[in-house]
Design a protein around this ligand. Structure first.
Ligand code: TUI
Length: 314
């Protein structure tokens, strides 16, 4: 499947793995890249030295292009941005803010810059400052989200910019990939389905929660503080939402979530930790290798595009 994104990134299929904090390590990134998509190392809240190490380890596992996701609220964001520019990484994606101040440095180093945006406004700013593409991420996604759904966001971003748009949020199989292409996207970013990949090194209890999740099992905490986070419903989200409704302070709410993603991903505490996952978790029902997942996304999209076309053509 050839698109502007496969051409831009020199990859076989227009499938980008989400840069999930604590989850997306070099094993996962290399496996997705080796499967023909674009794997990402998620810098999350990690220090720059850790990210540098991950990049070197990823290079040892794959000759294909891979990228790094820089979460802009990371206290070492400046240092990580420099590591990305200096270490021969081919692609950077960013989240939870505007990467404007790093774009010139990355472009000079030959890194393709793909900011994740949740609004038309930020997409236009990113295009103006030289981004090569944007990921338009709808609020079906897990983790830190915006306000607009993928179905509404993607075509509006596609109309607003002339760089290629990658759709994210709620895409978990070939039907989602086909729908994204119909909305004008030139590629997809998939997170939740890769949570349960065999190459994903997270606690088995986290994978189990994703595999068992139903359509209505995610909740959004933190709307009151302006940093909404989507995760699977548990004791933590219940307690958080009760406290939020009763007008708890920012500090009181913070005390519930400091270190809580690590608690779920590493320790497997899926009751008190934050089990970030998107609304498509209900569709994710079996663990598979990254190769199987990428193949299913692409074969599924091609099949449904052919089928639906013949169904509606007359
Ligand atoms: O970044 C994400 N998803 C994430 S980051 C993350 S790690 C984290 N952990 C705890 C608290 C906060 C973060 C988990 N999931 N997706 C991309 C994304 N970016 N979604 C929404 C945005 C966004 C939101 C506001 C981008 C920019 C923005 O404002 C830009 C501005 O004007 O500053």
């Amino acid at each position: 499947m050839k698109t502007e994104i496969t051409e831009l990134l020199q990859i076989q299929y227009p499938v980008i793995q989400g840069g999930m904090a604590w989850v997306a390590d070099y094993h996962l990134a290399a496996a997705v890249s080796n499967a023909g998509g674009l794997g990402l190392i998620g810098a999350g809240a990690a220090p720059a030295s850790f990210v540098k190490e991950q990049i070197e380890k990823c290079k040892a596992l794959t000759d294909k292009p891979f990228g790094v996701n820089l979460m802009l609220m990371n206290p070492e964001a400046d240092a990580i941005a420099e590591v990305i520019a200096q270490s021969g990484v081919k692609v950077v994606t960013t989240g939870a803010g505007s990467p404007q101040k790093y774009v010139a440095m990355w472009k000079e180093a030959g890194v393709k810059v793909i900011p994740v945006v949740a609004s038309v406004a930020l997409a236009k700013i990113m295009e103006r400052c030289g981004a090569d593409a944007v990921v338009a991420e709808g609020c079906e996604s897990g983790g830190h989200i915006g306000e607009t759904t993928t179905m509404a966001l993607v075509p509006q971003v596609v109309d607003a910019v002339s760089i290629p748009v990658i759709a994210a949020g709620g895409i978990g199989d070939g039907r989602g990939v086909a729908a994204a292409l119909m909305l004008g996207a030139k590629g997809v970013q998939v997170g939740t389905r890769f949570l349960v990949a065999e190459e994903t090194n997270i606690h088995p209890a986290y994978k189990e929660r994703v595999l068992k999740a139903k359509d209505i099992d995610t909740q959004v905490t933190g709307r009151s503080g302006g940093h909404p986070i989507r995760s699977l419903r548990n004791q933590m989200t219940k307690h958080y939402l009760e406290m939020e409704a009763s007008g708890a302070t920012f500090e009181e709410l913070e005390s519930l979530t400091v270190g809580s993603l690590r608690k779920a991903v590493v320790d497997g505490d899926v009751k008190n930790g934050t089990v970030m996952a998107g609304q498509i978790a209900g569709l994710v029902s079996k663990p598979q290798t990254c190769e199987e997942i990428v193949k299913d996304l692409i074969d599924g999209a091609e099949a449904v595009l052919k089928d639906r076309f013949s169904e509606f053509a007359n």
